[in-house]
Design a protein around this ligand. Structure first.
Ligand code: NAD
Length: 304
């Protein structure tokens, strides 16, 4: 098999279902060896006893590809370490980490429980940091030993994290954290030959249409023509970002949906007025008014 990522070893987290499953199949179709991670969680993170990762591995093998199952919790420190070790033990190396696993516990902030907050921040934010940290320990070791490293991390943010989303304060905060973690890691890891980018995808999965979700109708597959909301549409960009070709691209967040790919324009220093000395609070009303009048209005929060 010859493809864009031929022979590269790729971990995809949360690859048993939805977008992660599409990534794993797309990487394998382009010649990668894939560690298919999934804990088999319910849509809200609860245990199900299912092992969808095994089915994805069977699909890849049936198509002539190479893949192995990993069932670790990505947000568990030792689990994330074992996930990276699975790639090294099975395929002898690691080239690409795609952080994708996660779940939702939506609630308006005024009603959100501590447990709903903690669980969602943990699975997304720590579930990105922990695998990234253990993969980096391996890549840094390789670089220091003089072995060439041309590695990639692709993280998964969300429109909710970039713009905010009513009823998803825990998720939006975690996904915003992932966008900044991506920029941060890109700056720190460049010296070792590792690029770090993120995507903010949109696709029809149980996360968006499950349990009669509000988006179910707008995301339904058409009877014919291009199925814009199929999760498979998100994966080509992720495979390209995982390839040797993307070497010069790092610290970017891409929105991807259907056939559309765009670069998200993130936080940047904006309009400023400098008095050159400390302001009196009573002076600041007209100053802030002037700054806001000169600035672009923010993109509205989803659902506002
Ligand atoms: N579907 C969308 O439109 C959309 C939009 C923006 C962002 N995202 C993000 O894309 C990613 C994939 O979402 P999806 O829509 O495919 O959802 P999904 O529920 O279909 O798939 C997520 C997978 O992650 C697994 N998982 C959950 N917790 C885990 C853990 N601790 N360790 C390992 N695996 C775990 C689940 O078992 C599941 O198979 C998520 O990070 C999600 O937030 C999705």
């Amino acid at each position: 098999m010859s493809g864009l990522v031929n022979g590269r070893v790729v971990i995809v987290t949360g690859a048993g279902r939805g977008i992660g499953r599409a990534h794993a199949l797309a990487f394998a179709a382009e010649g990668a060896k894939v560690v298919v991670n999934d804990i088999g969680a319910g849509a809200d993170g609860s245990a199900t006893g299912e092992s969808p990762a095994e089915q994805v591995v069977a699909e890849i093998r049936a198509a002539g590809g190479e893949a192995v199952v990993n069932g670790d919790d990505v947000a568990d420190w030792a689990g994330a370490q074992n996930l990276v070790q699975t790639a090294l033990d099975t395929f002898g190396r690691l080239d690409v980490l795609v952080n994708n696993a996660g779940f939702l516990r939506d609630r308006m902030l005024a009603n959100m429980s501590e447990e709903e907050w903690d669980a969602v921040i943990r699975v997304h934010l720590k579930g990105h940091f922990a695998p990234m940290r253990h993969a980096m320990a391996y890549w840094r070791g390789e670089a220091k030993a003089g072995n060439p490293v041309d590695a990639r991390i692709v993280n998964t943010s969300s429109g909710a994290g970039l713009m905010g989303s009513i009823g998803q304060g825990n998720y939006a905060a975690a996904k915003a954290g992932i966008a900044t973690l991506t920029i941060q890691a890109a700056a720190e890891f460049a010296r070792y030959g590792v690029t770090v980018n993120a995507i903010a995808p949109a696709a029809r999965t149980r996360m968006t249409v499950g349990a009669g979700g509000a988006m179910a109708e707008s995301m339904a597959a058409p009877e014919d023509g291009f199925d814009a909301m199929a999760p498979e549409n998100v994966s080509p960009l992720v495979v390209w970002l995982g390839s040797a070709e993307s070497k010069e691209v790092t610290g970017r967040v891409f929105e991807v949906e259907g056939g559309k790919v765009s670069v998200a324009d993130g936080w940047r220093h904006g309009e400023a007025i400098d008095k050159g000395e400390r302001w009196d609070p009573k002076e600041l009303g007209p100053v802030v008014e002037k700054l806001i009048a000169r600035s672009e209005p923010p993109t509205p929060v989803y659902g506002a």
